[in-house]
Design a protein around this ligand. Structure first.
Ligand code: ADP
Ligand code: MG
Length: 258
């Protein structure tokens, strides 16, 4: 590279840095070489640069969305054994993973079932698939989120905190029935549910069906109103099977006997 070329090179890198075009910045040198060698028309070169920048921005967005989603690692639709839960099918989850049919209109998903049947796994797997499709997700233990919202309320910024959660198209509230009204002022949970109603989706996992939800909210009217809003546009999965690990242990024992 000649001296004037290397000055030009440095100047371009400075400008690209200033413009925050990191995709172009990392690739333009190689593209210039190819373009010069192959005699590309200017428009082709420019279009290749734009593609680099778009791809880089896409990668970064995905990384940011994965980071903010707080998904438990290693839970995917592909490593879920659907034969253990006959009431949910892989095809159904793959359809939900598109998001367009339900997240678009702020519909909800409810998953009920005893511990160990794969509710959290499926919720996380769905969250992961949705992030990959470009949706923004937050996975949280319900108790953690309630605690955060309570602090926000004490600091008189509850509506601000709830509005900020709007950036997540889907909030996964894991283990809602672990929240009890004596531990926490759970009306913040009701505020969240009301604020998202018909606009932004919620996925709830629960060990206990609705009959036990009066233990979550401060009074019966609020419990009924919360259930009403959550189920209005909801797909409900009742996963009343044996714990996956127990099923696996039983299968193993049977295999050893035979
Ligand atoms: P739940 O939330 O219903 O209590 P989890 O999703 O935490 O259950 O499941 C418990 C463990 O068993 C997790 O490690 C999960 O990955 C695994 N597991 C549960 N069901 C299945 C399944 N059908 N296929 C594969 N792994 C499963
Ligand atoms: Mg769970």
């Amino acid at each position: 590279m000649s001296a004037s070329n290397s000055v030009e090179h440095a100047r371009i890198n400075l400008m690209l840095g200033e413009l925050r075009l990191s995709g172009v910045k990392s690739m333009w040198g190689a593209l210039v070489e190819t373009a010069d060698k192959e005699g590309w028309p200017a428009a082709r070169f420019l279009s290749a640069l734009c593609e680099q920048e778009l791809a880089e921005k896409g990668r970064r967005r995905l990384a940011r969305h994965l980071d903010e989603a707080h998904l438990p690692p290693g839970k995917t639709i592909n490593n879920f054994d659907f034969s253990a839960t006959p009431m949910v099918s892989k095809a159904q989850f793959q359809a939900l993973a598109g998001g367009d049919v339900w997240i678009d209109k702020g519909a909800n998903i409810l998953m009920f079932g005893p511990p160990g049947v794969g509710k959290s796994h499926l919720a996380a797997a769905l969250g992961m698939a949705l992030v990959e499709k470009g949706w923004r997700v937050l996975f949280t233990r319900t108790t953690d989120l309630v605690q955060k919202l309570q602090i926000a309320r004490q600091e008189l910024r509850l509506s601000e905190a709830i509005a900020k959660l709007d950036r997540h198209h889907l909030i996964i509230l894991d283990d809602i029935t672990y929240v009890t009204r004596d531990q926490a002022e759970t009306s913040v949970l009701f505020e969240l549910i009301s604020a998202r109603y018909e606009r932004r989706s919620i996925l709830i996992t629960a060990n206990q069906p609705f009959g036990e939800w009066h233990k979550i909210f401060p009074d019966q009217a609020m419990t009924l109103a919360a259930i009403d809003r959550v189920v209005h546009h909801a797909t409900i999965f009742e996963m009343n099977v044996d714990s996956y690990r127990r099923q696996a242990a039983v299968r193993k024992a049977q295999a050893q006997k035979s």
